[in-house]
Design a protein around this ligand. Structure first.
Ligand SMILES: Nc1ncnc2c1ncn2[C@@H]1O[C@H](COP(=O)(O)OP(=O)(O)O)[C@@H](O)[C@H]1O
Ligand SMILES: O=C(OP(=O)(O)O)[C@H](O)COP(=O)(O)O
Length: 384
């Protein structure tokens, strides 16, 4: 059983960036080539613990089959009759996939016993477990953490390689060290900032993340993405950043009346109208961010600077990406959408030192937090 991260961006049922599927191939292929019967488990999006066709893994299974050159049958459930039939029909060297692990509410349950019960059912399908979904190792979830305690468990090549690169950002890194944060998973990622403040020289904040900072500084943010319940925490970060001399810079944004509308204005961060939302960083911010990145020696970037999927709001993300390509620093981009953005904007992948499949996972590793999907291996002494 291989836990992969196949959480790919979709437009309807079309994969818009298959980077995570491609990154999952080497481990799956090596096992299949060695004659194993491979059962792939993965999640897609954040369904509410029940089947939802919008979040089916069907596009990922089809793409994985194309890349492997052999069909990958997809069960239409996780541990039910369909999964049992698909696993039973497996032959040596074959690969099958179970449906989205998050269609079962026990996957993400906070209750240890509930997760363990699902892990038992998953483990009954297999003789060994390989943890290869780097983007999800920061999640204490049944298919990532609990199942690793039920079977002989091994770290896969992708997880091993990702950790190898990220260690370069924790041991003896060259300064100035700049971290760029954006994206939409604001509440998740605000949590890492407290620890990052003691490690970085500059923190550049854009994307959906920026508006909670602007609000905490006393600005009006209109209808922009806002994590109201974390404002106090962010006020604490601002005070801490000032004390430590960590710079936070954002001066203008692109605002629009309605999400997705291409009609927009550029306004200063102190002039966001009450009925508008910010969907990208503005031209002055782009220049400022690029100048802060120009003399960096180490950069980690997670989270697009704007809604890059719409060309009108892709400029901020492009500016940061181009600044990294130009830079001779050690540059790591992490996250499903950030990696997808770099490729969608046509930037050369070799313009970055590393493009990681994990955003939240990388950030939590960099802040020094224990990652459940990794620390579980310390508990299974002897397994590797
Ligand atoms: N200002 C913004 N408002 C709303 N969404 C935003 C904004 N800026 C960026 N985004 C969205 O953030 C998403 C990616 O966020 P996230 O999942 O946190 O990044 P990653 O997958 O790289 O870790 C993109 O789909 C992008 O459209
Ligand atoms: O897309 C992911 O993370 P990322 O957006 O931090 O790169 C992973 O697949 C984890 O998904 P989750 O944040 O819903 O647990």
């Amino acid at each position: 059983m291989v836990r992969a991260d196949l959480n790919v961006p979709l437009d309807g049922d079309k994969i818009t960036d298959d980077g995570r599927v491609r990154a999952s191939v080497p481990t799956i292929k090596a096992l299949a080539d060695a004659g194993a019967r491979v059962i792939v488990t993965a999640h897609l999006g954040r369904p509410k613990g029940a089947p939802d066709p919008k979040f089916s893994l069907a596009p990922a299974a089809a793409r994985l089959g194309e890349l492997l050159g052999a069909e990958v049958a997809l069960a239409n459930d996780l541990v039910g009759e369909s999964a049992k039939a698909v696993v039973e029909a497996l032959t040596d060297g074959g690969v099958v996939m179970l449906e989205n692990v998050r269609f079962d509410a026990r996957e993400t349950s906070k209750d240890d016993a509930e997760r363990a019960a699902l892990a038992d059912e998953l483990a009954a399908f297999a003789d060994a477990f390989v943890s290869d979904g780097f983007g999800v190792v920061h999640r204490k979830q049944a298919s990532v953490y609990d199942v690793a305690q039920k079977l002989p468990a091994y770290v896969g090549g992708l997880v091993d390689a990702e950790l190898g690169v990220l260690r370069k950002l924790t041991d003896d890194l060259e300064r100035p060290y700049v971290v760029v944060l954006g994206g939409a998973k604001v509440s998740d990622k605000l949590g890492v900032i407290a620890n990052l403040l003691s490690k970085v020289d500059k923190l550049l904040i854009g994307g959906g993340m920026a508006y909670t900072f602007l609000k905490a500084q006393g600005h009006e943010v209109g209808t922009s993405l806002l994590q109201e319940d974390q404002l106090d925490q962010v006020r604490g970060f601002l005070a801490e950043a000032e004390k430590r001399g960590v710079e936070l810079v954002l001066v203008d944004v692109l605002v629009t009346a309605e999400f997705g509308n291409v009609e927009h204005d550029v306004v200063g961060t102190d002039a966001i109208p009450a009925d508008k939302m910010g969907l990208d960083i503005g031209p002055k911010s782009r220049e400022l961010f690029a100048s802060k990145l120009a003399d960096a020696k180490t950069v980690f970037w997670n989270g697009p600077m704007g809604v890059f999927e719409i060309e009108t709001y892709a400029g901020g993300t492009r500016a940061v990406a181009e600044a990294l390509v130009k830079s001779d620093a050690f540059t790591v981009v992490g996250g499903g959408d950030s990696a997808a953005a770099v490729r969608a904007l046509g930037l050369p992948e070799d313009g970055f030192s590393h493009i990681s499949t994990g955003g939240g996972a990388s950030l939590e590793f960099l802040e020094g937090k224990e990652l459940p999907g990794i620390s579980v291996f310390a508990k299974n002494e002897g397994d590797r």
